[in-house]
Write a protein that binds this ligand. Sequence first.
Ligand SMILES: C[S@@+](CC[C@H](N)C(=O)[O-])C[C@H]1O[C@@H](n2cnc3c(N)ncnc32)[C@H](O)[C@@H]1O
Length: 256
Amino acid sequence: MTAQPTPLPDLLTRWDVQQTAYIADRDRVYEVMFEVLTHLKPAEDLVVLDLACGPGAISGRLLELLPKARAVAVDVDPVLLAIGEGSLGEVDGRLRWVRADLRDPDWPEALGEDAGAFDAVLSSTALHWLDPAVLTATYRHALRLLRPDGVLLNADYLPHPQGSRLRAVSDAIALTRRERALAGGAESWESWWEAVRAEPALADALAERAALWPEGARDWTGASHRFHEAALLDAGFAEAGVVWQDLQERIVVGLR
Ligand SMILES: C[S@@+](CC[C@H](N)C(=O)[O-])C[C@H]1O[C@@H](n2cnc3c(N)ncnc32)[C@H](O)[C@@H]1O
């Protein structure tokens, strides 16, 4: 049977559900992220950079929570950007979508007038994809994109060091949780992408996406949480540390 097209907002809803198979308590992650953010930055009119935004999980939630805030959502994937933009839109001019590749050393130029004026750089489930050199460069760029009292929060797979027993046991428990979620009917990453491929409006974006990672799927490097903390300090953040953790899902914070 041929898969039927799915409207973009439904794909966004399904994205969120699909991601919970991989990040067990995903809503809690955003809750804690925004609690920490709003304690550190109590102003209502925050300007936020949603880094490697995908279809806009952070931006959508944050702009609903803070009706005077503004977000710039950046990603390289034309498919995820199209789904995000097609579902969330511009939220009364408070959300701007920007296509940029964090592997490009000049990516901050794509941000235009907001560069240097962000109160916060926020990211979820994304930066672990980056090579260590790109990751450290990204944190350096993030520091410069922030106002002097800005904050970075990265909610991500930030594992224990490679080869450690803690990493092995945490990965094993996470796998058991994922298998349980999928067995309980949660949608998988693969099945979500199948639905995307059935949507004719996304055909051009899919073709463009195919050229993004010519090296094909690769194992992520999975830089440890210690590496992230060290990279933030090395980039010039005054403080860096973990504020929340579930197994190896952590929120690391950098204070400028
Ligand atoms: C698992 S998704 C997470 C998306 C979103 N932040 C969320 O939590 O739902 C990882 C995201 O990282 C983005 N990404 C990976 N490498 C990137 C790069 N070099 N430049 C920009 N975005 C990148 C992908 O396109 C994808 O949208």
